[in-house]
Ligand binder design. Sequence first.
Ligand SMILES: [Zn+2]
Length: 220
Amino acid sequence: MTEFPASLLLGYRDFMSGRYLEERERYRMLAETGQQPHTMMIACCDSRAAPETIFNCGPGELFVVRNVANLVPPYEPDGQFHATSAALEYAVQALKIRDIVVMGHGRCGGIQTALDPLDEPLSPGDFIGKWMGMLRSTAEQIPSTAIMTQAERQTALERVSIRNSIANLRTFPCVRILEERGSMRLHGAWFDISTGELWVMDAKTGDFIRPEIAEPALSA
Ligand SMILES: [Zn+2]
């Protein structure tokens, strides 16, 4: 008997007899030719906001980095451990990905912590407190008066934080230079886990709007 979670093993079995079987050829080709994902996605660790599920993507399509509250830290070449920056470097420089999406979501626990920091850290390391500290000055600008409900404040910070992460993406020289040349596109998205609604950021205004979804043109 293995102690590996049984539900995962059952899921794997279904994957092998279902999706893997259907996409076997694609997996084989991806193994041979390497990955060429069209989009980098920076998403939250939240189990309800998995990009591959929401965008119905198959293997090889999305290069995904997930962290608490989908934050992009500013460019800091200081020799420290920077997981998100490492993924970004690989996506842009090695995989030549030219579309980057920062995807936030509703009811994000990380964002909630940024608005209302925990009285006591979850552990002596207080990794979440330090990580979410990246948003402290931004969170402090969200009005705490009764004019906004707690849910409104939370949604506001979830969306402001996406714009903040996109601004931080532009502090990375490789991203900034490519965007200035017109060959890099930065996008924001926000997914409402309770309704399934997707909102995307208007590049010009920074507002979040419901996107129009065009049917692909039928080839003759
Ligand atoms: Zn989250």
